[in-house]
Write a protein that binds this ligand. Sequence first.
Ligand code: BGC
Length: 531
Amino acid sequence: MAGGVVVNAGGGKDYPGKLTMFVLFACIVAATGGLIFGYDIGISGGVTSMNPFLMKFFPSVYHKEQEAERNQSNQYCKFDSQLLTMFTSSLYLAALVASFCAATVTRVAGRKWSMFGGGVTFLVGAALNGAAKDVVMLILGRVLLGIGVGFANQSVPVYLSEMAPARLRGMLNIGFQLMITIGILCANLINYGTAKIKGGWGWRVSLALAAVPAAIIAVGALFLPDTPNSLIARGYTDDAKRMLKRVRGTEDVEEEYNDLVAASEESKLVAHPWSNILQPRYRPQLVMAIAIPMFQQLTGINVIMFYAPVLFKTLGFADDASLMSAVITGLVNVFATFVSIVTVDRLGRRKLFLQGGTQMLACQIVVGSLIGAKFGFTGVAEIPKAYAAIVVLFICAYVAGFAWSWGPLGWLVPSEIFPLEIRSAGQSINVSVNMLCTFIIAQAFLPMLCRFKFILFFFFGAWVVVMTIFVALFLPETKNAPIEEMVLVWKAHWYWSRFIRDEDVHVGADLEMPSANGNGKVGAGKLGGMQ
Ligand code: BGC
């Protein structure tokens, strides 16, 4: 075995190298791509609860709201307007489509150019939104923001997972989710301030400030190095080796380099990543690329993220108090993400998924029951302050559970499971399913709240039960496994192994195929620990 390569407990290799400042810095800069996504998630809920914004663009919603306040009418239904939700969700449709174009840019031109393109498009969208004169300009701006998000979310997670040394991949990748949560928090804080602006143009400031995170990622991307995987795939083998040495902080990269080249060679045999991904041997990855983002959205998190101020207003908080409560959930979201950053490479992905899911479920049951007990099905009630505070507390515990499980892992796991030949395509599927489900939930939440009332919390709770069982049965542990050797993890899984033939398993020079009967150097038995 060349150099200092050892086979780690999980059955994959530990390549030599350390966490260099260079890689840390590159990952921090790339992760800022999450800011644009987060800023956007956080800004829409607050803006759509500002009266001057509603009066200008959605007067019918504004009147309905006023009337509800006068008549003390059904609280569940006061914000039910399709046009208003179209404002929130148009972005996700645009992001869905854009992520497919981003797949080609990311593969052919390199990851950094997708990030750059994303930042620039988002910047233009922010300008249009800040200057919006009518609904058309508003929605057009949001479509551009969506294209920006599609490109960034397609390229950033892949970039981070390729740059990171295997044993720190979880930590570095979650930088993306951390930036999402910081973006959401900043947006909530900005809304809190701009809602107080007397002239009624606070919403313009909120929307235009999206230009700041856009500029950060656009400029940052220009300085980012390409990943060694991408350089090799595009034929720059010398640059790739130099980069790998720099990234890993050692001259001893021969082994990893050879494995990357082997992965790249294999990927060249694949003419069409899109049709290829449908082959049986990629079935586990394909299923995960669809199931993980779908489940992430079915946790119901974006009900809180988009509509926290609306939701808190529904609970009877005053304008100011509801924005403040959204700030509190935003803070919990950021701090709880650190829990996953420090534990994900030690405890592994599965434990976080299972714990987070259980915690979310418990909170959903409590919140649904508390709201149901007060509002019942009529939706008319006065909620005492202390009661509302307890609801907020459980919403915070729910957000925390998400923030160390489905939040970060919903981006980390899909970005680390695809072999190079289908990585870009696979990540697009992940982004587009995520955006489609976000769109559906954004669009359906207000009408659903109006019709299902507090039962909605139990609806999402039931999904959390399904996804937690899914993870327990079907998601193998991926911590510490080098990204170009992930096939070993699937091959060792009780269920997925049936889709992968022995001859499909190539993992570079040193590790031979783990045959089903354990004859290879790394046998299936050794990989058992990864499940
Ligand atoms: C999800 C978003 C969500 C955010 C909350 C992300 O991982 O993709 O939909 O709003 O987490 O922090």
